[in-house]
Design a protein around this ligand. Structure first.
Ligand code: CTP
Length: 377
């Protein structure tokens, strides 16, 4: 239908981006399709709607020159092929009309620049100027143009590269990693909401430690979640050492993630030890202690949520409670779910966070009333 509509308007059209990538990777049910028209994307969307029997409403975003309609259980987004140029202080580009090649040039990664033709003369042909197909096969994240330019133009792409590496199990090309490290400070122009969106996607990937280790390696993590990087390192005094709480945390997150897809339980695992950096002390008699880290950690969660503009609602309270109980999610990890009380706590609730929170409340008030009161007072 899109092809027919484009033919009627006498414009070229292509499917591009995530849909093509995921189709080639045979990855899940697509939820959206991006269509590029070499001409007006808005006109093409209107024509497609006319041709569809249910005449879906076309949402037009005039400022962006894009339009969207819902059909076949998907959101179909239309955009005119464009050429972009960026200024220093914004990730919003100056846009001009362009060719398909211009549009592919402006894309973040070679695997996201693949286009499928919807035109009559070469319908279904894959247009792949940057060898994206090869990169899909060899599982590499690479930028179409100079990585320094791609990341500096739109620093959100640094997080996207890491997110795709985590989600797809791909590796980031060396030049790209270097460019991310060099451009890391530009992350400051990205909104907190977008940063959190990408963090959540990393958190929901199969093995979140992959993404967090890359954030650490590129030094982005220190800029986004300094509370976590503060946990890194092992100190030794009088021959006594403590564990590296940063790498331990990543193990905990992976282990939790094998047991639950719940985003907030995963956040709780990530933050469960953050109180340990500010409470670390060495006592001559007892060695290393992190006395009170649960309470300090729970307060830090509040500040961290506020800073990242994460909602200060029941979910945050849930994460705080898990941090306050501190060793609870860890117990699942450390001895591979031998702690039956913790197992029950998590698994009885399934992935239903509300039930889980009720269970946690019950657990704190009945088993650890003192801890609970001390924190709330
Ligand atoms: N894109 C880009 N730079 C960005 C964001 C997006 O070049 N900062 C391009 C990519 O070609 C991408 C397409 O726009 O494939 C669509 O972006 P988006 O819907 O955000 O991502 P997808 O690649 O579709 O992946 P996902 O749906 O998993 O987020």
């Amino acid at each position: 239908i899109i092809s027919l509509a484009a033919e009627e308007l006498d414009v070229e059209s292509y499917v591009i981006g995530g849909f093509v990538r995921d189709h080639l990777l045979q990855r899940g049910d697509p939820k959206d399709i991006d269509v590029v028209a070499v001409g007006s994307g808005i006109e093409l969307a209107k024509k497609v709607s006319e041709l569809l029997s249910h005449k879906p409403k076309v949402q037009v975003f005039k400022n962006y020159g894009t339009a969207m309609l819902r059909a076949f259980d998907m959101e179909i987004e239309f955009v005119g092929a464009r050429k972009e140029s960026y200024s220093e202080d914004s990730r919003n580009p100056v846009v001009e009309n362009g060719t398909l090649q211009d549009d592919q040039n402006r894309r973040d990664f070679t695997i996201n620049a693949l286009a499928l033709s919807l035109n009559k003369n070469n319908f279904g042909e894959l247009l792949d100027p940057f060898n994206g197909l090869e990169d899909l096969k060899s599982q590499i994240i690479r930028t179409p143009l100079d990585p320094d330019v791609t990341y500096s133009d739109d620093p959100l792409r640094m997080l996207r590269a890491i997110r795709f590496a985590a989600q797809l199990g791909f590796r980031i090309e060396k030049e790209s990693l270097k460019a991310i490290r060099e451009n890391k400070d530009r992350i400051k122009i990205i909104s907190k909401e977008r940063i959190v969106d990408e963090l959540n996607k990393i958190m929901l990937s199969e093995k979140p430690s992959v993404g967090f280790a890359l954030l650490h390696k590129t030094k982005l993590l220190k800029l986004i979640l300094p509370e976590l990087t503060a946990l890194e390192g092992i100190d030794e005094i009088e021959g006594q050492r403590h564990k590296d709480n940063f790498w331990h945390t990543l193990e905990v997150v992976d282990n939790i993630s094998e047991n639950t897809d719940d985003l907030w339980l995963r956040w709780a695992a990530l933050l469960h030890d953050i109180g340990k950096a500010p409470t670390k002390k060495f006592h001559k008699k007892i060695g290393w202690t992190f006395h009170g880290h649960e309470f300090v950690g729970a307060k830090m969660v509040y500040k961290l949520f506020k800073r990242l503009r994460l909602p200060l609602n029941e979910k945050m309270k849930f994460v705080q409670k898990m941090v306050l109980m501190s060793s609870r999610p860890i117990a699942i990890v450390d001895d591979n779910t031998t702690d039956s009380a913790v197992r029950r706590l998590v698994f009885d609730a399934g992935d239903n966070i509300e039930d889980l929170m009720t269970l946690c409340e019950a657990d704190i008030t009945t088993k650890n009333p003192k801890r609970f009161d001390r924190y709330h007072n």
